[in-house]
Ligand binder design. Structure first.
Ligand code: R5P
Length: 288
C-alpha cells in the first residue's frame, strides 16, 4: 500500500492525525516578510499519498494561501493530495445574501481544485451548502460526539442544549442526542449590513437548568453573548458553550465571560483552545 505523508505546521491536531495513520510527518516552516508575504519551506521529503493539514483560522487569507501553496507543491510529487482544512474560513459566504456579494466559497472550490487537491476534508463546516460549490470531493467530519463526551463528564444539572439560531438546530439536535437530553433553537436575526445580532425568541422555559449553547464557531462572540444574556434573563442556571471552532477574535473571550458564560469547550481545530481532540474522526475520514 502507498505510504502516507502528512504535511503540517506541527499543530497538536496534525501530529495526532499523523500518529493515528502511522504516516510520515513532514513539517513546514514559515518566514514572514515585512510586507506580509510568507516564505514557506518544507522540512523533509514528501512522497506517496499526501495529506496537507492546515486550519484556516485568522489570519484566514494567509492560512488559505499556505494551504494552497502546500497542496500545489504536494501535487508535484503525488497524484493523491488530500487537503484537511479543519476550520474552513469563508464557509459563511456560501450564497449572495446582498446583491453584488461575491460567493467566495465557490472561488475557494476552484482554487483548491486548481492547486491540485483531489479531495477536501473539513470539520463541522458552517453549512454544507458551501461544500456543494466545490468541484471536487468533499467530506464534512463532525466533532460533536467528541465535544459531547467532554460535556457529559461535567455533571451538569438538568442540562438543555440550545442553538443560538435556527440554522444550528440540526447540530443542537445531534448534540442533545449524544448527551441524552432535550434541545431548543433560538431565533436569531443578524443585520446583513452591520453584522449586529438580535435574539427574536420571546420566551423559553430554562429555569434552573444548566445550558449548553452549541455552535459551529465563535468569531466575535456576538451570537453567544446575545444568547447567553437572553437565557440568563429567563432564569437558567449556568451557561456553557460547546463549539467546534473557537476563533475568539478580539475581545470575544472577555465579552463572553462578562455575559456570564461559565466556560467554553471547543475542539483543537484552532490551536490553544480547550483540547477536545477531533483527530480520531479526521483520521477515519482520510484512512485509505
Ligand atoms: C452563524 O450563524 C454561526 O453559526 C455563528 O453563530 C456565528 O458565525 C458566530 O459569529 P460571532 O461569534 O461573530 O457571532
Amino acid at each position: 500500500m502507498l505510504k502516507t505523508t502528512v504535511i503540517s505546521d506541527g499543530s497538536d491536531l496534525a501530529r495526532r492525525i499523523s500518529r493515528r495513520l502511522g504516516a510520515r510527518h513532514v513539517r513546514y516552516a514559515v518566514r514572514e516578510f515585512p510586507d506580509g508575504e510568507s516564505k514557506i519551506t518544507l522540512r523533509g521529503k514528501i512522497s506517496g499519498r499526501i495529506i496537507v493539514v492546515k486550519s484556516a483560522y485568522p489570519p484566514v487569507d494567509t492560512g488559505l494561501l499556505h494551504a494552497l501553496s502546500l497542496i500545489a507543491r504536494a501535487r508535484e510529487e503525488s497524484s493523491e493530495v488530500i487537503a484537511v482544512v479543519p476550520y474552513m474560513g469563508y464557509a459563511r459566504q456560501d450564497r449572495e445574501f446582498l446583491s453584488g456579494e461575491i460567493v467566495t466559497m465557490r472561488v475557494l472550490g476552484r482554487l483548491f481544485r486548481g492547486a491540485g487537491a483531489s479531495r477536501v476534508v473539513v470539520v463541522d463546516i458552517h453549512s454544507t451548502a458551501g461544500l456543494r460549490l466545490f468541484p471536487i470531493r468533499t467530506t464534512n467530519v463532525t466533532a460533536i460526539p467528541d465535544l459531547a463526551r467532554h460535556v457529559k463528564k461535567m455533571r451538569l444539572k438538568d442540562p438543555l442544549v440550545v442553538s443560538p439560531d435556527r440554522g444550528g438546530e440540526g447540530r443542537a439536535k445531534k448534540f442533545a442526542a449524544e448527551l441524552g437530553t432535550g434541545y431548543v433553537a433560538l431565533e436569531k436575526k443578524r443585520d446583513r449590513s452591520t453584522g449586529r445580532v438580535q435574539i427574536r425568541t420571546r420566551s423559553t422555559d430554562v429555569s434552573e437548568r444548566d445550558i449548553v449553547l452549541v455552535d459551529d464557531m465563535i468569531s466575535t462572540g456576538g451570537s453567544i453573548v446575545k444568547a447567553a444574556q437572553f437565557l440568563k434573563r429567563h432564569g437558567c442556571r449556568r451557561v456553557y458553550v460547546a463549539c467546534t471552532h473557537a476563533l475568539l477574535v478580539g475581545d470575544a473571550k472577555k465579552s463572553i465571560a462578562e455575559a456570564g458564560v461559565a466556560g467554553i469547550i471547543s475542539a483543537n481545530t484552532v490551536p490553544g483552545r480547550t483540547p477536545v481532540d477531533v483527530s480520531g474522526a479526521i483520521a477515519e475520514a482520510v484512512r485509505p
